[in-house]
Every structure is written in C-alpha cells, then in structure tokens.
Design a protein around this ligand. Structure first.
Ligand SMILES: Nc1ncnc2c1ncn2[C@@H]1O[C@H](COP(=O)(O)OP(=O)(O)OP(=O)(O)O)[C@@H](O)[C@H]1O
Ligand SMILES: [Mg+2]
Length: 470
C-alpha cells in the first residue's frame, strides 16, 4: 500500500516543519501549505487522503478551507487544529463535517493516533459504500470520471433510469461524453448482454439512412440485390443509439416517430411490419428546441424522444473534474501508447484548469495525448500543453494541413478540392500518430469505425503502410 497522503495547513512555519518531520517519520507522505491559497493549489493537483487544517489562517478561515476540500474530495477526513481560546469554533467545524479537532499545543503522538483512526474510518466508510453497491461498482461506471456535483447528478439519473425502457435524450456540447453515457445506460440496464448498436445520423446520406435504420427488401431500390436487416432489427432486445439526431432529415424523422410510437416499422420496400423490442437512446449537440422553432426538427418527434433528458455540462463548468480526468485519461493514454508518464507539473495542471475547453473532454484527451507523445520525461511540463496557436495568416509552410489553405499559383482551389486534400492530409497524420491503429484513429477523429474505413477507402489510404511505425 502506498503511504497515505496528508496535507497540513497552518500559517505557522515552525508548526509545519514539526508536523512534517513527525508525520514523515510515521510513514506518511506529507505536503505542507502556509495558507488557504497554497492549500487549494496543492489540493487541485494531487489527491490527499486526509487534511490537517488550522482553524485560523492568516488569509482565510480554516472552516472555509475545510468546506472547499470537502467539495473537491467528498469524504476526506479533516482534522482541525485550534488554540484553546477558539474551541467553540472547532466544535462548530465538527458539526460541519470535521473528523475531530486538537487544541494547540498538541501532543504529536495524539495527532498520529487521530490520523490513524481517521484513515481507518474513512476506509471503512468506503468499504461500506462499496458493499452497499454504490453506483460505480454496481453499474460499472468505473470509466466515467464524475467528481463534480453536476456529473454526479448525471450518474444518479443514469442509474435511476437505466432499467426502464423509456427513450433517453442526451444533450451536450461536442466531446462532453454523450456516447460514453449512452453506453453506460446500456451497460446498467437489463439489456447489457444484448447488442448496443450505434449510428451517426449526420454521417449517412438521406437516401441510405432509412434502409440503414429499418432495413430493406430485395429489389426495393437499384442495388438492393438482397434484403438486409436494419439497425432496429440488429438492436432487438438491446439498445439503439441514434447519435446526432438533430441532423436527421425530416423525411426520416416521420418514419422514426412512427416506429417509436407503434414499436414496429416497415423495411424499405416491405409490406409486412416488423416488431422489435428496442431501447432507444438519442444524442445531439444541437439545441433541439431551436431546431423545432426553425422547423428543421419535428415537434412531435421532439416530444416523443424528450422523455428523459440528460444534459452533460461543458467541461469549463466543472473544472473540479479536470484533475481526475487528467489522471484517468493519462493512464488510458499511457496504456495505449505503452508509455509511463506519471503526471503533470503544478504549472501545467494550472494551465489546464484555466483553459476554456471548447472541445470539452475530447479536447483534454487530445491535449494530453499530444503532451505524452512530445515529452521526453515521465512528467508533463507546462510548455507541452495548450501551446499550439493556429496562425491565421499562414506563410510558406511545409505543413500539408496548413498548405491546403494557401492559394496555388495565385488562384484558389475549389473548396471541395481543398477540403478533400485537407481530409487526406489529416488522415495520414492521424494514422501516423496512431501507428495505423484504426480504432484509435477513428475515435480521435470522432468517427464510427465503419465511416472511418469509408474515408480511408475514398482517399485510397492503406492502413498497413502505417503499421511499420510500430
Ligand atoms: N466523464 C468522463 N470520464 C472519462 N472519460 C470521458 C468522460 N467524458 C468523456 N470522456 C472521454 O472523452 C472522449 C469523448 O467522449 P464522447 O465521444 O462520449 O463525447 P461526445 O459527447 O459523444 O462527443 P461528440 O459530440 O464529439 O460526438 C471519449 O474518449 C470519452 O471516453
Ligand atoms: Mg459522440
């Protein structure tokens, strides 16, 4: 077992030194902070198992600090230090969740004893939580980082509704984890051993989407040489995830509405209705209320799918998740890249905490992946995160991606040509950085595997050529 990490906060330097010596000798991993700000900075970049806080800090009230720590780490035991004169304050602190208090000057042996007890009781509490089958263990939510209140609420909602068959509507900016939550809903439901079938409604041309969803009979249209089962049928008894539903063409919306209402549908060219038992989860980053107002989304379908709404907050509104996400994503990336990067410098972490994250968790993941690729050490320094600024006035460049923006011989390419060249250059670079691992590359590109393969085919890119970088 690694040594428990303890944060000691006091504005008395001597006391801090004494505590550090004493607790280190008792095999604890000790960090000291001279005040509120320093303590919070430390708490944001590493996880502590316990905190010892002076009730009277020069820059802030110790009680406020305790509450802040509890918000960051629910359940962390806090031991309050106090002078004889302010025992009342310490009692008040206990009412508000402190584990215990010691009056100064305290006996170091007593402190060590209390720390041992606090850590033990904390371990028991965690164990109890586990035994009571709390969310994480019960539903295999282990891969979802959700420290913030807003994400905790999302997970609570997920566990509450997973076992019903109601349609779930997930709304959130790009990269906020919509697909992750959709899968979690499936895994937490009684359908978990059946198929989870996903389709990106924005990626499939209107003419194909209907047959993709509902299947078609042989001869239903040119090229329909044999009948095919649609995704609704493939998802029978399982979950169908309709991603980017806001981009579904109106003509298909009508058919989807009917399928949801009647729990049956007609394959393209078919005369016999097909009945299925499917749980539908939809997701969109659009504001569907607006789309309804603009008449690009059917109001009746909106009400039909908007049964259980789950809103994923943007990352900038839940910064307290960032250190945990960093921890989680770093491990994931290191495993995939077979690297051993242990963490970030405090300065690098601070940069991440202050960024706006328009691309949300996916952007964070890409940022870390870039940093892991670039770093020569086992720690990520601040110069490796969020440095890339896209120049708005590209000059001569060898960069194939930027080169697409430049006029050729003074005249511009058509947008279509430029776009296609950009796409190809992007794919080549992406595959190079993923060593030809298509699953990974598709994930980073935000594409389904099948769509990704189609793109490779379109540009005549051979995966095998990238594998040699392995
Ligand atoms: N709370 C979280 N905990 C751990 N990983 C997360 C979390 N949220 C998102 N991720 C990771 O971030 C990436 C993006 O998530 P996901 O694909 O689910 O987002 P999305 O909302 O569907 O994005 P888009 O709108 O671009 O399709 C994935 O690799 C996912 O595993
Ligand atoms: Mg998605």
């Amino acid at each position: 077992m690694p040594a428990a990490k303890i944060l000691v906060v006091d504005d008395d330097k001597n006391l801090l030194e004494l505590a550090k010596t004493r607790l280190t000798a008792s095999n604890y991993d000790v960090t000291v902070a001279l005040g509120y700000e320093e303590a919070l900075d430390a708490a944001k970049v590493q996880n502590f198992d316990l905190a010892i806080v002076d009730l009277r800090l020069a820059d802030e009230d110790g009680m406020t600090l305790m509450e802040k720590l509890h918000a960051l780490y629910p359940g962390i035991p806090v031991i309050i230090l106090t002078g004889h004169a302010s025992v009342e304050g310490a009692v008040e602190a206990m009412k508000r969740g402190a584990y215990t208090y010691l009056t100064k000057p305290f006996d170091p042996r007593e402190l060590v004893l209390q720390i041992g007890r606090a850590l033990e009781s904390c371990k028991l509490a965690t164990e109890n939580e586990r035994l009571r089958g709390l969310l994480k263990e019960k539903y295999d939510f282990a891969n979802i980082v959700a420290k913030s209140d807003s994400m905790q609420k999302v997970l609570e909602a997920v566990s509450r509704i997973a076992k019903t068959d109601s349609t779930v509507y997930i709304n959130g900016e790009s990269g906020t984890g919509k697909e992750l939550i959709a899968k979690a809903i499936h895994l937490a439901s009684d359908r978990k051993d059946e198929a989870f079938v996903a389709i990106n409604c924005a990626a499939i041309p209107e003419t194909l989407l209907e047959s993709e969803l509902f299947g078609h009979e042989k001869g239903a249209f040119t090229g329909a040489v044999k009948s095919t089962k649609g995704l609704f049928t493939q998802a029978n008894h399982g979950t169908l995830f309709l991603d980017e539903i806001g981009d579904m063409p109106l003509s298909i919306q009508v058919k989807l509405l009917r399928a949801l209402e009647e729990r049956q549908f007609y394959p393209v060219g078919g005369e016999k209705p097909v009945q299925v038992d499917v749980r539908v989860v939809v997701a969109t980053k659009k504001d569907l209320v607006e789309e309804v107002k603009k008449s690009s989304f059917r109001e009746d379908l909106f009400y039909r799918i908007h049964v259980i709404p789950i809103v994923l907050p943007p990352l900038k509104d839940r910064v307290e998740d960032i250190p945990y996400l960093v921890d989680h994503l770093l491990k994931k990336i290191c495993q995939q890249m077979k690297r051993d990067v242990k963490g970030l410098t405090p300065k690098a972490m601070e940069k991440l905490m202050q960024h706006d994250w328009p691309g949300n968790v996916r952007e964070l993941e890409n940022t870390l992946e870039f940093a892991v690729t670039m770093t020569q050490r086992d720690i990520i320094t601040d110069d490796l995160v969020l440095q890339t600024k896209i120049s708005t006035t590209p000059v001569h460049t060898e960069d194939p991606v930027q080169a697409q923006l430049l006029p050729v011989n003074g005249s511009f390419k058509t947008l279509k040509e430029a776009r296609s060249e950009f796409e190809k250059a992007y794919l080549v670079r992406l595959l190079r950085s993923c060593n030809g691992k298509a699953t990974r590359a598709a994930e980073i590109a935000g594409k389904y595997r099948a769509d990704f393969y189609d793109l490779l085919k379109k540009h005549d890119i051979k995966l095998a050529e990238f594998k040699r970088f392995n």
